[in-house]
Write a protein that binds this ligand. Structure first.
Ligand code: SF4
Length: 250
């Protein structure tokens, strides 16, 4: 898929989301939140669903949790515009309740089509419901900070999935915020591993295509911690490999 085709496909999906009435969540929404970001990115973050601020603005992760996500991305030298951010349900559940299974199922085709268009190398799940889409049966306390090959049925045809806590949970619990900082520090290495994997380079963890089963959650070593006063080390922008001009260094 060319860059123009990717952009057109994502815009078509967004337009369908804004008009969607496939589940009860459309009844209470102010604005649907299809997702946004760089259509040429290699990294997609998937949260659970819009909250109060997201519902008002029609954009994902714009409240306090969004602020933390931006801070987490900044800790590895990335900006939110470098990645694509979306949710498993695109309309706000009333009173910020958890999305119901039938609502997640009704909305799943939109996420699958977004992933098919983006063809990311890495899908970062934020929270239990996003994790449950890509790592069925897993427990967030056990698999955060680990990778697993994506099931191509999710739409991510050749990606590694990396699990993290939801930023809203991290805001409530300082220990989870520390875990989230440790976890996000692993993402550049996961991206490089996925690039190697997609290029067919044998992987020490055995998760090359056709390798270990999906249930194998592979711990990913964290990047060495940077000194507090040290400048942010150069990190390769997570741009889509089709767009060589985007492969810049920060
Ligand atoms: S949550 Fe998804 S399936 Fe439900 S109305 Fe919104 S866009 Fe449609």
């Amino acid at each position: 898929m060319t860059r123009d085709e990717r952009r057109a496909a994502l815009e078509q999906i967004a337009n369908e989301v804004r008009a969607c009435t496939a589940c009860r969540l459309h009844e209470g929404r102010t604005r649907a939140v299809p997702g946004e970001g760089d259509p040429d990115t290699e990294v997609v973050f998937v949260g659970e669903g819009p909250g109060f601020n997201e519902d008002r603005e029609g954009r994902p992760f714009v409240g306090r949790a969004g602020g933390l996500l931006v801070g987490l991305l900044g800790s590895i030298g990335w900006q939110r515009d470098d990645v694509f951010i979306t949710n498993v349900v695109k309309c706000r559940p009333p009173d910020n309740r958890d999305p119901e299974p039938d609502e997640i199922a009704a909305c799943a085709p939109f996420l699958r089509r977004q992933l098919e268009a983006l063809d990311p190398a890495v899908v970062v799940t934020l929270g239990r419901y996003s994790m449950g889409t890509f790592m069925p049966g897993a427990r967030i306390g056990q698999v955060h900070g680990t990778t697993t090959p994506a099931d191509p049925a999710t739409g991510a045809r050749d990606a590694l999935v990396f699990a993290m806590y939801h930023p809203a949970a991290a805001l409530r619990t300082p220990a989870l915020e520390r875990d989230s900082l440790d976890d996000i520090a692993r993402v550049p290495a996961v991206l490089q591993r996925s690039r190697d994997r997609r290029a067919g380079t044998p992987q020490p963890g055995g998760d090359a295509p056709g390798g270990s089963p999906i249930a194998d959650h592979v711990p990913t070593p964290a990047a060495p911690p940077a000194a507090a006063s040290a400048p942010v080390p150069p990190v390769e922008s997570p741009a889509h490999p089709d767009d060589a001009s985007q492969l810049t260094l920060f």
